[in-house]
Design a protein around this ligand. Structure first.
Ligand code: ZN
Length: 126
């Protein structure tokens, strides 16, 4: 028989992860993408095909892609925000998985208690 962790151990593990989440830094949902653009100036090198590099941050909102222009001076900072969001997402997933285990364990315990009660009732009736 597989012996799982006790509910108390799981809860302690979950709570330490929740505490850990509060130490999170600034974050943003989305992916940073490099795009090539023309600035519109007909005398610029980009008019001859040598396009400028620009950055946008995109994310899906109700199935539509929303994008925001990221100025070059902010790219490094926004990269960090995106990375932080990824870390938080991983932590949230871990907390969810632990809570799923807690739910499953609760169901198991209740079932065992229910069986015992049934058994007791049957004994009393006979
Ligand atoms: Zn240009």
């Amino acid at each position: 028989m597989k012996t799982g962790l006790s509910t108390n151990v799981l809860k302690a593990r979950r709570d330490s992860r929740i505490k850990n989440l509060s130490g999170s830094k600034a974050f943003i949902e989305g992916s940073l993408k490099e795009i090539k653009v023309k600035c519109g100036n007909p005398n610029c090198r980009c008019a001859n095909g040598e396009k400028h590099t620009s950055h946008i941050l995109t994310r899906k909102v109700n199935g539509k892609t929303k994008s925001v222009y990221v100025p070059v001076g902010m790219v490094k900072e926004v990269e960090k925000w995106v990375e932080e969001y990824r870390k938080i997402k991983t932590k949230i997933r871990e907390i969810t998985e632990i809570n799923e285990q807690i739910i499953r364990q609760h169901v198991k315990v209740n079932r065992a208690v229910g069986k015992n009660l049934k058994h007791l009732n049957q004994q009393q009736q006979t």
